[in-house]
Design a protein around this ligand. Structure first.
Ligand SMILES: *Cc1c(COP(=O)(O)O)cnc(C)c1O
Length: 422
């Protein structure tokens, strides 16, 4: 395969450049992110998204004005305590949630624990349904909820795929179905509205992990009537390494129920220091302890970008980019044993595009050496996490050009690429 084959399929670098030049509703957003080093192409938004351009200045301000100067007074004189809610309000648009539905705090795994326990309490049922082969933490957290209460008879029912959901729900005993919207390996997307409806038809709640869809595609939580959701702040949402995660709770579930971890920051009157717990109104009760102020400063830079993004435009851009990537790979790399591992139809995928290749680990390292930052997942997946606000169509062309070069001359087989990486 060579450039002539790609051209025969109708693809040229000029065509990619024309797609980038066409005016659209996301024009100007790329410039709100810091440029990486020249020559390096990043496809790791599924792992750590790009840095908002003003994140360093915001962090510096918290260090200088907040920590060094105001010190303890900053709790009163700044928005530090309000950030979990105010960041959540700014992320709400891209999640299709209401501004009061979302809280930014803790990690995805911790939030998953909080909401699984909450779902058991709300429904009075004891069965949690999870997919067997998803991001491991989702399964571990569910297993841990059951193991911690051996007396309570909590059951984790693992299913092989969403196709098994009707049978798993049939007994009418399921409290909550915990699903990943987009699979962390294949990029396959589940039908969030349809499976939420299915759960509801059996009296169960739906808890969605949006780690690989939030900030990449349209999510539409309220439109789908989703009950609960969690997701990462550091992937497509671009909150920075170790950014706090988010959680979403539909307003119908925010009555008087206690959160699983009743902490002082989730109390109705934190600084009254009452001995008895009273849950804060709404989603605020899911806050446990002191907010991660430094991390929230970086997250705030990202949240301000997201507040301006039209989710439908984000979705359309993701489609254009990932469809282009799939077409280029099929046109240029098909003869080398590279296969598309993600669904071909955009409607059935989200987040990254995954390829299947027997030498995925060494090839990913050779690509990084060639300035194309991708990630591999065992046993044979290579993941291209494009970012709809930042990645350009010409970046895809250039990356596939370098991928083709490595495959064609076999450089990826060099023993120096045989080690393990994260
Ligand atoms: C990345 C990821 C997580 C990470 O969870 P943390 O607790 O924030 O580290 C959780 N779930 C899924 C599906 C992920 O892809």
């Amino acid at each position: 395969m060579n450039a002539a084959v790609a051209a025969a399929a109708g693809w040229t670098r000029e065509r990619c450049a024309a797609l980038d030049a066409a005016p659209g509703p996301l024009d100007g957003f790329a410039s709100r992110f810091a440029a990486g080093p020249p020559g390096t192409l990043y496809f790791d938004a599924n792992s750590i998204g790009p840095m908002p351009a003003d994140a360093p200045a915001r962090m510096q301000r918290v260090l200088d004005e907040g920590w060094r100067t105001q010190r303890r007074r900053a709790w009163n004189e700044t928005d530090w305590l309000a950030q979990p809610r105010s960041l959540g309000a700014r992320l709400a648009r891209v999640l299709g949630a209401g501004p009061e539905d979302v809280l930014v705090c803790d990690t995805t795994s911790v939030n998953q624990y909080k909401l699984l326990r909450f779902a058991l309490q709300l429904t009075g049922r004891r069965t949690i349904v999870v997919e067997r082969d998803v991001f491991p933490s989702n399964g571990y957290v569910a297993q841990g909820v059951a193991a911690a209460r051996p007396d309570a008879g909590i059951v984790v029912r693992a299913i092989d795929s969403a196709d098994a959901l009707p049978a798993a729900l049939a007994g009418g005993d399921v409290a909550v179905v915990a699903l990943s919207h987009v699979d962390y390996r294949s990029g396959a997307k589940l039908d969030l509205p349809g499976l939420t409806r299915l759960a509801h038809a059996h009296g169960a709640l739906a808890l969605w992990d949006l780690s690989h869809s939030a900030g990449a595609i349209e999510v539409g939580l309220r439109a789908a009537d989703a009950d609960l959701a969690v997701g990462c702040g550091y992937k497509y949402l671009c909150g920075g390494p170790g950014a706090p995660a988010f959680l979403y709770v539909h307003p119908r579930h925010r009555g008087d129920a206690w959160p699983a971890i009743a902490g002082w920051m989730g109390h109705a009157d934190t600084f009254a220091f009452e001995p008895g717990y009273r849950p804060a109104a709404g989603v605020g009760r899911f806050l446990v302890g002191t907010p991660a102020v430094l991390a929230n400063a970086a997250m705030g830079a990202a949240a301000d970008v997201w507040a301006d993004v039209d989710p439908a435009a984000l979705h359309a851009r993701h489609r254009s980019l990932t469809d282009t990537l799939v077409a280029l790979i099929e046109a240029r790399c098909a003869g080398f044993g590279v296969e598309l591992a993600s669904p071909r139809e955009h409607a059935a995928r989200g987040g990254h595009v995954a390829l299947r290749f027997a030498g995925a680990q060494p090839l990913s390292q050779a690509l990084v050496d060639a300035g194309v930052v991708v990630s591999a997942r065992k046993p044979d997946a290579l993941r291209f996490g494009v970012h709809p606000l930042v990645t350009r169509h010409v970046d895809l062309w250039d990356a596939v050009e370098r991928l083709h070069g490595l495959l064609a001359d076999g450089r990826w087989r060099d023993p120096k690429y045989s080690g393990e990486t994260v």
